[in-house]
Design a protein around this ligand. Structure first.
Ligand code: ATP
Length: 284
């Protein structure tokens, strides 16, 4: 039997870092939601006790470093599953982009294998397993829109944003999340973006207030090191996107756009100097 599972990309409408914890992680407060740019996982049971990963792209690890592999291994160990699995990753989400592609693949593998092996693991337990694989995985298990606290694994679901377009542009640089957090100084931060304003804007479904409330405290760290990310942000604003922000630790910049008629200008303007531009819908 073969099953399929979609693994959508996440964006941060808001990302705040409160402090560095004793365990080395940062205490964060984020508002995450999902967009309709997704990897697709094909999963097929194997009679042998093995995990095989393949992908159409050559630039991600296909061994135990792959997060989908780790998800399969974890579920097999915890639920004593003797069968193996072949997982093909049809990658569409750019890698190391701040869009949680690997985390979403891991989450999709957890959901899919739960179905494939009829394990009936409840969603909150899948989230707990996901937290062992990465801070963003629990959110990717549930999807929707949520405030994520702790190191990102403590979730509170809130209202989805109203339907709109999302333009994503990834400059051709790889940003290491660990490096960005390493350079971030929580005690030097003068202003924090307001979680309550964003929650309120989402509850009221106010597109304009959502655009006004976008904020990411890691943005300045990445913009300092990579002027091309700043250039991308400025271009998106100039081309008419309603709200613009870097996602996660970057380097992807996203723009929220309410009117479809604005999209060709933004898309063509960005394509002039950035090869990877995607125009997708918000997943609501
Ligand atoms: P986040 O926003 O959670 O920090 P990201 O979008 O910046 O994530 P990913 O696309 O998840 O980054 O990739 C980060 C690294 O994880 C890559 O360099 C890659 O080697 C590794 N990786 C492991 N599994 C996967 C996977 N299934 N897909 C993509 N990358 C993976």
């Amino acid at each position: 039997m073969k099953i399929y599972e979609k693994a959508p990309a996440k964006i941060n409408l808001l990302l705040d870092v409160l402090r560095k914890r004793e365990d080395g992680y940062h205490e964060v407060e984020m508002i995450m939601t999902m967009v309709d740019l997704a990897d697709r996982l094909e999963m097929e049971e194997l009679p042998r006790d093995t995990i095989i990963i393949s992908s159409q792209v050559g630039y991600i690890p296909l061994d135990e470093k792959n997060l989908a592999f780790q998800a399969a291994r974890l579920i097999k160990e915890r639920y004593d599953v003797k069968q193996g699995v072949y997982i093909h990753l049809d990658k569409k989400i750019p890698v190391a982009a701040g869009l949680a592609g690997g985390s979403s693949d891991a989450a999709a593998a957890l959901r899919g294998l739960n179905r494939l092996w009829k394990l009936q693991i409840p969603e909150d337990e899948l989230c707990r397993l996901g937290a062992e694989l990465g801070s963003d995985v629990p959110f990717c298990v549930t999807g929707g829109t949520a405030i994520a606290r702790g190191r990102g694994e403590v979730l509170e679901h809130i209202a989805n944003p109203p339907q709109c377009w999302v333009v994503l542009a990834k400059p051709p640089i790889n940003v290491s999340t660990a490096d960005v957090y390493g350079k971030f100084r929580a005690n030097e931060l003068k202003e924090h973006p307001s979680i309550s304003n964003m929650v309120d804007a989402l509850e009221r479904g106010s597109f304009n207030d959502i655009c006004d409330g976008l904020g990411n405290v890691l943005e300045n760290v990445t913009l300092d090191v990579y002027p091309e990310v700043m250039q991308l942000k400025e271009s998106m604003i100039r081309l008419g996107a309603d709200g613009v922000l870097m996602s996660g630790s970057g380097p992807t910049v996203f723009g929220l756009v309410s009117k479809e008629a604005k999209l060709p200008r933004i898309h063509n303007g960005l394509r002039g100097f950035c090869k990877e531009v995607y125009v997708v819908r918000m997943l609501t």
